[in-house]
Write a protein that binds this ligand. Sequence first.
Ligand code: HEM
Ligand SMILES: [Ca+2]
Length: 494
Amino acid sequence: MKTYSTWTKPSASQHMLKFFRHADPETKHISRAAEVFQKTLRVLKKKVKQRYNQELTTPAQEQLLSWKHLKLIAELSKCPPTSPATCRYTHLYKYRLISGLCNNRQNPRWGAANTALVRWLPAEYEDGESEPKGWNPERLHNGFQLPPARTVSREIMTSASKWKDDSYSQLLVDWGQYISHDITLTPQSTSTDGSDVDCLKTCENVHPCFPIKSGIRQALQRQQLNAMTSFIDASAVYGHNQKLESFLRDLPGRNGKLAVNARFKDPKGRPYLPFVTKLPSACHQDLQGERVECFSAGDNRVSEGLPLTSLHTLWLREHNRIAEALKHINGHWSPEMIYQETRKIIGALHQIITLRDYAPKIIGPESFKHYIGPYRGYDPSVDPSIANVFAAAAFRFGHATISPILCRLNESFQEDERFPHLRLHNTLFSPWRIVKEGGIEPVLRGVIGSAASAVSTDMLLADEVTERLVVLDTLKQMDLAALNLQRGRDHGLP
Ligand code: HEM
Ligand SMILES: [Ca+2]
């Protein structure tokens, strides 16, 4: 029988229906999905017949069907569901929504992009509602004023050197940063947020001001957003909204692949990530030759450091490699299906690497066994949203493992004469060092060929990041330890 859809062959789904009718509760929803899908298929075939007076038989018509089907999904994810009812169609679609919505049918927003970081303990603001700790110098905490974050950083948290950890390579650190960008991004507001109203001078409810006039309730406390999908779903590769996703895809190529850089390739002809569209970008430049702009990827911090950019580049290439292989063995698949199936595999690889190879090394195999253990199936009662304390404090432990030196190695895993090791601050927001200094290989060899910086029990940060950290937009020098402390106060972490 002809394949009409991106989902499954009609014959196969009929078979599935029979098969799953008596299956266990977890798989039963698949039978309902198959049922609804069959119905939709019938309706759409009828409509196509009425409109074009044709049967759905050619690949072009097959496309039309999958396109309509996807349009429905697209519409749904444009209007965030507010009740479980609005998620009712998404089970037609066997792939994760790009926004992470509707993963949990009862709680569609759990883990979705742009939802509040959850609290494990109520926030502690100075005024109870929104003022960061340390906002009002008069207020004492345990009988003391909070010291300025920068003083704590300088006097307690900074170290000129880092010990090396012989058990693990630097990749352990870099995977941590990479995967933290899959699951957390706390957007920061600008001071006026594009409005001419000064919220300090009004008691009216005028956008963007919402003065709180009555007693303090937890629900009115300031909360922070997570712009990323909380799921490990390779959102750092594909983005977390449709606009970004479309930008990152090679839609004209009709091959299910991701778009690649149109200007540069590596010395062996392998692709790089595309550049950002807003030019000139803020990234540093090698003053000789052509500009190399900041790269774009599913996460906009991609150009922050060379190992991070290298990992993003690897995943771009891996997506395109798998997409090509899938196309090769499934000539009848639509570009959409190749893309989605590849995205699903890439997402799974991110989960495997994180849960099998990363997390046990960070918390120790015993803790992993005790707190996480083997996967026992989907539990719809668990809210998978990232917690505020995890994004703003716990997972930032990684900042104490950042090495002040970035090693680059040649094919013999020796220091590369042409591209020597670099002090960290010379590598931040400098994608030109990938494009003009040998591609991602010297960096990747350095990452797997050098020892990780030890997570010392005193949690000191290298002075490279406390004195010479660069942040995008301003490219100003900042202090990562002070930022972390200040962020914790800003978020009202208890
Ligand atoms: C060269 C390496 C790294 C640099 C330069 C860096 C830099 C930064 C900066 C500038 C921020 C924003 C700070 C703020 O304004 O609050 C940040 C946030 C964060 N970093 Fe790193 N980081 C690095 C490595 C890591 C590693 C290894 C991990 C974890 C293992 C990590 C986890 C996080 C997390 C969880 C956040 C909070 C993200 C959010 O919710 O917005 N980082 N990092
Ligand atoms: Ca994610």
